[in-house]
Design a protein around this ligand. Structure first.
Ligand code: ACO
Length: 355
């Protein structure tokens, strides 16, 4: 039976470290508040004008491709998950192809917009291509340059302190080895709460979805007949161009969905939580991961947390954490690993794999 295995993995985080103390210089927050609520001590920010979501993805991908033992021209398909793309369009997939110098036009490129669960969605899509025999080397990437779109004033503090920049990548390859590679994947979505964690402006919505909201919303539109639908002067003047998050609501949903989807993916693979060697949760918030750990009865050595030093890197967080765990020797051949994520949409998912 043909399965996908992770043939190579890599990650990259920018050099620039931004501590909680650094953030207190631009907004009303404190190291104590951030650590207590999120577990974060510091995060990385890419170098403006020199680093982007794509350039960081290329750094991570280069390592993954090398470890997979292939030439970059052998990549058949690129799947790129991000919520902070370099351009509104075209997507980062083709920008990465160019940045890596892949001139093979037979290689397809697909962008995934599923935020925190984007990498899990990408992995699942790539897995299908491998299982059906369509491709032999699928590059799945999660990368974010959050620092380019955060509100660095007190108004945006509940969101801004959480996020960091970085990239992670894997190369999926076929294996016929018994009990190796991706054993199961589960994906879910529920659009009911789309605006609870969202980056709404600029966009082409024109306020359309307000009918689904409990409270009336001001999106910052003007009365102009043409244009000004995507972006208006008011949006700029009144700071309406930043992400919004109903933190407590997201927290409640996340702590419910993470354990549920992990158990579901284990069930699907015919396994139980006692079989797990390592859980790599999306690094949303250390408190969420601690809750998941408790619910599943995992020891400290069975769950990987690195949000303390990188913050929440959304689509990049799972591959960065997995790569770090692998490099630290905490994920070894034969280990049963579960990757899981929950985020904006809401979308969530999990994958169980034998390393
Ligand atoms: N520094 C200081 N005070 C702050 C900050 C900050 N950075 N941010 C918010 N506050 C204040 C608020 O203004 C509020 O003050 P008030 O009581 O005077 O109005 C108070 O702290 C409490 O605000 P809440 O939003 O209720 O804070 P909460 O305790 O819920 O913590 C947090 C906020 C950390 C965002 C939490 O809700 C959370 O972790 N939610 C989960 C969401 C999450 O993890 N998101 C990550 C991205 S989504 C994902 O990856 C799944």
């Amino acid at each position: 039976m043909l399965r996908s295995k992770i043939g190579g993995i890599g990650y990259y985080v920018p050099e620039k470290v931004v501590t909680n103390h650094d953030l207190t210089k631009v907004m009303d927050t404190s190291d104590e508040w951030i650590q207590e609520r999120t577990g974060i001590l510091e995060r990385r920010y890419g170098k403006k004008h020199e680093e982007t979501t794509t350039s960081m993805a290329a750094r991570a991908s280069t390592v993954a491709i090398e470890r997979a033992g292939i030439q970059k021209e052998e990549v058949d398909f690129i799947i790129f998950a991000t919520l902070s793309p370099d351009y509104y369009f075209p997507g980062c997939g083709v920008l990465l192809q160019r940045e890596l110098g892949i001139t093979n036009t037979a290689a397809g490129a697909l962008d995934i917009r599923n935020q925190c669960s984007g990498f899990l969605y990408g992995l699942t899509v790539g897995d299908q291509f491998i299982r059906t025999g369509m491709y032999k080397n699928v590059l799945v990437v999660g990368a974010e340059m959050h620092s380019m779109g955060l509100d660095f004033t007190t108004r945006g503090r509940n969101v801004t302190v959480i996020f960091g920049d970085g990239a992670g990548a894997v190369v999926l390859q076929p294996t016929e080895e018994e009990n190796k590679g991706i054993l199961s994947t589960c994906l879910h979505s529920d659009g009911t709460y789309a605006e609870k964690l969202a980056f709404i402006n600029p966009g082409a919505h024109g306020g359309y979805h307000a009918k689904y909201l409990e409270e009336p919303a001001d999106y910052g539109y003007s009365d102009a007949e043409y244009g000004e639908m995507f972006i208006t002067q008011r949006m700029i003047d009144e700071g309406m161009l930043f992400p919004y998050m109903d933190g407590p609501f997201v927290f409640k949903m996340a702590v419910q969905k993470f354990p549920e989807v992990i158990i579901e993916a284990l069930d699907k693979a015919g396994l139980q939580k006692e079989d797990l060697d390592m859980v790599i949760p999306h690094q949303a918030n250390l408190r969420i991961s601690q809750f998941v750990q408790k619910r599943l009865g995992l020891r400290d050595s069975q769950i990987w947390n690195n949000i303390q030093k990188f913050g929440n890197t959304t689509a990049a967080s799972v591959p960065i954490a997995l790569c770090e765990a692998y490099e630290a020797g905490a994920v070894k051949p034969g280990d049963l690993v579960c990757l899981a994520a929950f985020g904006s949409g809401f979308t969530w998912g999990a994958a169980v794999l034998r390393w």
